[in-house]
Design a protein around this ligand. Sequence first.
Ligand code: 5AD
Ligand code: SF4
Length: 468
Amino acid sequence: MTGTQEKKRVFIKTYGCQMNVYDSDRMADALASDGYEATDKVDDADLVLLNTCHIREKAAEKVYSELGRLRVMKEEAARSGRAVTIGVTGCVAQAEGAEIARRAPVVDLVVGPQSYQHLPQLLRDVAGGKRAVETEFALAEKFERLPAATRERTRARGVTAFLTIQEGCDKFCTFCVVPYTRGAEVSRPVARIVEEAQRLADAGVREVTLLGQNVNAWHGAGTDGREWGLGELLFRLAEIPGLDRLRYTTSHPRDMDDALIAAHRDLPALMPYLHLPVQAGSDRILTAMNRKHKADDYLRLVDRIRATRSDIALSSDFIVGFPGETDEDFEATMRLVETVGYAAAYSFKYSARPGTPAAGRDGHVDERVMSERLQRLQALILDQQTAFNRSRVGTEMDVLFEKAGRRPGQLMGRSPYLQAVLVDGDESRIGTIGRVSITGLGSNSLFGTLAEPVGRTAAISSTVEAIT
Ligand code: 5AD
Ligand code: SF4
C-alpha cells in the first residue's frame, strides 16, 4: 500500500495446526492496519498468502502444486492490468526459505513464522520491485510487535478464540521438524497474555484456548513475584470477567506439573479435556523417538490426572511405522490405547522429515504395513470415541453455543469435553452457555434439547446484547 487510498484485499489459506490459524489472524490484523481487508475469494485478492505446514507428508509438494494454480491466476490478472502478490508463510517458508522463490518464480514473498511483524514492510519492498525472503528467528519481537485485533474483528471471529502463550520447542523428538521451523521455546510474559485475554473477553469471547507447541512448558514471572507455570496462569486468566471457559493445547507428558493437574480439580473454568500426546506405547520406540519417558510413566500420569479429575476426557497423537517399529512394538501401542481409553485421538503414518534425526535411520517400515497398523489403530480409537460419546447420552451438560447449525433453527455448541452438540434454538443464544439434555448420538456430534439456562446465562446474555 504505497500512496494509494484504494482498499486492497488479502486471501490467506491456512494449512496445519491451530497455531497457524492464530498466526493467520495476526497477519490479517497486521495487514488490516495497513489498509488490507480480508476476502474469502482467492480470485478477488491482490495479495495471496499460503500459511503452510511442514509436519508430515509431502507438505512442501502441496504448496508447490498450489503455487502452480496461483501462477495461472496471477498471469490472468496481469492480462487485465491487475498485479497480484503471492506470498508463502509458515513452516514450509521457514524450512525452504529462498529455495521456494527459486523453484517457484511466481512467489514474491517468503516469510517464516517468527517474522510476521515485518509483513507490512516486506510488502512495501515487494511493491518497490524486490523479492522478499525473511526467515530470521525473532520470536520475542514477533510477540511484541504484531498488532492486536480490533474489537470488531475479534467479534466477527466468534465466541471462541485461540491465544498463543508459548511458541517453539526444545524437546527435539527425533521425528519432528518443529524445533527447526519454530525455533527454541519462548514464553510470552504474563502481562501481555492477560492483556490479550482481557481484550478477547471484552469483545465477547467466552472461551479461550491457550496455544503452544509445548504449552505446559510455559513459565513466567507471576504478579506475586513467584515464578509461575501454566497452572498459576490459568488461575489468573479465570479471574477475567466473561471468560467462562479455558482450554490449552498441546501438552508434553514430561511437563504436566502438580499445579496444572490440581487446576483441573480446583478451577471450574478449566474444561475437563486434555490433549496429551504419547505417540507410541513401546518403550523401545519411545526411547528412539527421544520422548524422554516410558509408557508406564505416561500411564501413571494418566492415573494421577484421573484421580484428580475423574471425568476428564483424554486425547492423544500417535505415530505408526516409526523407523524400526516391529509388530510387537505396535501391539504395545494398541495395548496402551486399550488401557487409557481415549475420548478422541489422532494417528498418523510416520513421515520422514528432512533434517530430522529419525529420517536418516534404518528400518523404515513398509507402506503397506503402516497402512494396516494405522487402520487397526484408528478403528480402536473410533470405538473408544463412540463409547465415550454414547456414555453422555441421557446426561445433562453445559454447552457453549458457538454458531448456527446446518439446519435452520439449529445451534451448534461444544460440551465441556469438546464434543459438538446440536440443539434446536434461537441464534440469540450464540455466545451463551445453556444446559442441554443429551438425547442422541450422530456420527460426529451429539443431539440434545435445551433445558433451562444455567445461572450465568442471564448475565452473559445482557453483555452480549450490550455489545451487539
Ligand atoms: N510423521 C508423522 N507424524 C508426525 N507428527 C509430528 N511429526 C511427524 C512425522 N514426522 C505428529 C505427532 C505430533 C502431531 C502434531 O503430528 O503425532 O504430535
Ligand atoms: Fe515436535 Fe516433540 Fe516438540 Fe511436540 S514435543 S513439537 S512432537 S519435537
